[in-house]
Design a protein around this ligand. Sequence first.
Ligand code: ATP
Ligand code: MG
Length: 465
Amino acid sequence: MKDLARRVWLVTFSALVIFVLYEVIKTVLFPHISVITSHIITVIVVSVITFFVSRYAFGRYSGAVTEIQRQTAITEETNRLLGGVLATMREAVVIVNSQMRVVLYNNAAARVFKLPPANAGKPGARLAGFEATTAGSTINRNADITVRSLPEQATQSAGAADSTRGYRLTDATRDPAINRAFSRVLGDRTPVELRIEMADRNGRSFQLNVAPLGSELAVGVFFDITELERLERVRREFFANLSHELRTPLTAILACSETLLAGAMEDPANRTRFIETLYKNATRMTELISDISDLSAIESGQFELTLKPVRLRPIVVDVIALLESRRADADITFSASIPDDVFVLADRTRLEQILYNLIDNAVKFNRPGGSVTVTTERKEGLVAISVSDTGIGIEAADLPRVFERLYRGDKSRSRKTAGTGLGLAIVKHLVRAHGGEVSAGSGPRGGASFKFTMPATEQPVESAR
Ligand code: ATP
Ligand code: MG
């Protein structure tokens, strides 16, 4: 702009000089020219000079205006894209300035910290509390993206800015580790990485990466690693449980075979007992391995469901019949109140497997004289099937974990009930494969209650019995 003004002045001055020279030449060379002719020539000369000066000056000016408009459009587009990217990020992003004030954050950060929703008045990320010093600062120099807080943006988000202007990082979070990390990066200008656990966010854990941004800002990205850590723990426990589950029957097999080899073979009275123990433990290992391979096939989706409309009642009756001898031994009563016209869209064999596992548990973890109840409820295109018992129940701490592979609650371990803890993991995957959900809770009369949903269907199919 300065360059343009200088050029306009130069051209105007040159035009003035040309005009004065013209007047001098005209007076000296044509002293007797009439006043009217002189005025006509003057008007023509002035018009020509004005035309060229204006063309030059305005041509340049409109070029500069177009350039400014182009730059503004690029900046606005960059802001919009950056806002969109930040808004869709699952990671919380917070940018603070040298006074530890929050200047930009996204929706995810608003959910993690005590900050107003980031999209109030803006599409995604919110520019907050910009002040004269930060206005116009380059936020991302490395990536060659320049985000500037334009004056009109500051005005637009004035409502929001009122509440966020002067928002300090300590207002958003009191966590000393987070505040220390940002101030260290602002001081040393070197990146910092740390793991934090937020007590005020139900102990969720985050991997925090803080890095310097430009000359006076610091950006912090919070990755929620709670689920990753949970999966890692489940994996570790799975292998620990697996080796425990395999070691127990293996130890028994080794001990029995050693005893037999050491002479028990010659003792007919004990020989049969040892061979029975060998058989029982080998069977247990085979069952365990077949359950694990069944589960891994189900988990990796390497199985096919043959979905057909099936009548629920006869399936429950069949499963109850399979468990009859176990029920009688445990002195438990069964009751199933399922209307005859309840149909679900399911793979019959897999549905039987789900019900078998749930009713088997309800018998296994019951008390003598207890009961098992199966009920159904229809709602919104689904059939909810509940299996409740009056048994030992499930500790609140175990409830979220009973569907994990090889997980067995403390109560069931202390009862020394047979089982590997794979039944419910299989149930969970089979129910999900049918498009349903399964949950565990307390039964209406103590004990435990499991509820799962299956897609309802109206079509009666006689082959379903
Ligand atoms: P498996 O089914 O592989 O033979 P399991 O019955 O021990 O072994 P799951 O069916 O997966 O394993 O159940 C996991 C754990 O959940 C059980 O060990 C038990 O602690 C708890 N649980 C399941 N059902 C009940 C129930 N009806 N009442 C009380 N606890 C239960
Ligand atoms: Mg079970």
